[in-house]
Design a protein around this ligand. Structure first.
Ligand SMILES: [Zn+2]
Length: 262
């Protein structure tokens, strides 16, 4: 699928875009080091060509990646095809739960799987089933952080997760309702592949702004949807990984690192 903002990329990210992002990164790292960054890839379950390309890229640059796995889509054969990454990047990859079926249950308003439309018992039962299924398949490789589909969920969901022993959640920057006390929200500031702008220029301007906002926060979350990535989107992601890996004052983290750090 073609992503509008990447239209200007052919074999290399254009110079003006590189320069702008390099400057944003350098100035944030100089003013407020370290700039903490984490990457989160959503809708993980199928070991597709794009999935492997994504994983190889993070391995090449030795940058951590939080993988949001949809429990109902994950199977033993699919996990078997992904398992080699555990040994090759044990420090880097952080597998965690992304909804249960990735299904919308809200009749009106924005899509949510774990929103206010559902009774407590249904929320709780889906979360328990998802957790059990992933623990059974992924065994000890499951990190107890929850990414709700569409980056939204209600308060009840967060309380249930906290009771289940989950260490935190990951939603959009500024998500409401707020997370309960002692339950961190590893928020996403930068959306690489599900942007809504139609004009390329506006898209880039907003992306630069998201990076600036994220870099001035406690930690900047960058969201990836590999199933929507084309070759140009991969070139841009590689540019970011290369830049962050050579930038002093930039630190890339996984949930495992962030949980330990709290
Ligand atoms: Zn998703």
């Amino acid at each position: 699928m073609t992503i509008d903002i990447y239209e200007s990329i052919t074999t290399r990210v254009p110079e003006d875009i590189r320069t702008e992002i390099e400057q944003i990164t350098a100035s944030a790292a100089a003013q407020n080091p370290p700039v903490n960054i984490f990457f989160r890839a959503d809708d993980i379950a199928v070991p597709s060509k794009r999935f492997h390309r994504l994983m190889e890229l993070f391995l090449t640059y030795q940058i951590p990646l939080c993988l949001a796995v949809v429990p109902a889509w994950m199977t033993r054969p699919r996990w078997k095809a992904m398992r080699s990454y555990i040994n090759r990047g044990s420090r880097l990859f952080c597998w965690h739960m992304h909804g249960y079926r990735h299904k919308n249950h809200e009749k009106t308003g924005k899509k949510q799987e774990f929103g206010p439309a559902r009774p407590h018992r249904d929320l709780s039962s889906d979360l328990e089933k998802g957790d059990k299924r992933l623990s059974r398949i992924l065994d000890t490789h499951l990190t107890r952080v929850f990414t709700p589909p569409w980056n939204r969920c209600g308060s009840e969901t967060m309380h249930i997760l906290q009771q289940m022993g989950y260490a935190g959640i990951s939603r959009n920057h500024g998500a409401r309702p707020g997370a309960p006390e002692g339950f961190p929200d590893f928020q996403i500031h930068v959306d690489l592949h599900t942007r809504k702008e139609k004009a390329v220029k506006t898209g880039w301007r907003k992306l630069f702004h998201e990076l600036e906002t994220g870099f001035s926060s406690k930690r900047c979350g960058i969201m990836i949807h590999h199933m929507r990535m084309d070759n140009r989107a991969f070139l841009f992601l590689e540019f970011l990984l290369a830049l962050f890996s050579r930038s002093p004052g930039v630190k890339t983290l996984s949930y495992d690192d962030m949980i330990k750090k709290r």
